[in-house]
Design a protein around this ligand. Sequence first.
Ligand code: S3P
Length: 175
Amino acid sequence: MNEIDKHIILIGFMGTGKTTIGFKLANHLERNFIDIDKEIELKEKLSINEIFSSKGENYFRQVETDVLNRVTNCNMPSVISTGGGIILTEENRSAMNNSLVILLTAAPETIYNRIKEDSSRPLLNDKNNLLSQISTILEQRERIYKEISDYIIDTERKDVNETVSLILKYIKERE
Ligand code: S3P
């Protein structure tokens, strides 16, 4: 498959900026932007929090896989931002095989500062031990994130425009 025909998929932990950066990147590339969490909410007519609390995480993961399969099977190359747990199953990882996968990273402390006032993430529910909860989940996932990514960007001390520019440069070099 030609590089230019591939989807660009942003992966990474909660709070690494996948949605904001994906939206800008899609604008620059004049591509369609798809946010998987948004698609799930539209499909279910519920917020992510509501899906977790009324139907459970397993149900959420099933819908997440369905949506990922649907959007990656679409021929028009898009920019796709994902939820932080998309990398957890083999099925999802292979659905991303023919795409350019870009990992955004940040230190647990930075993630903590970015999301501590935000209550929209059901997995980060231990408000008294939020930093250690972030570190624990990140540690469980770190190896997988790195293993499946084509390019890694550390977002520490970078603003959105700098990160988008790095991705654009990376894509240009591969064309
Ligand atoms: C999750 C991340 C969230 C959302 C859900 C589960 C995770 O998306 O999909 O709350 O397992 O890391 P963001 O990474 O966009 O916050």
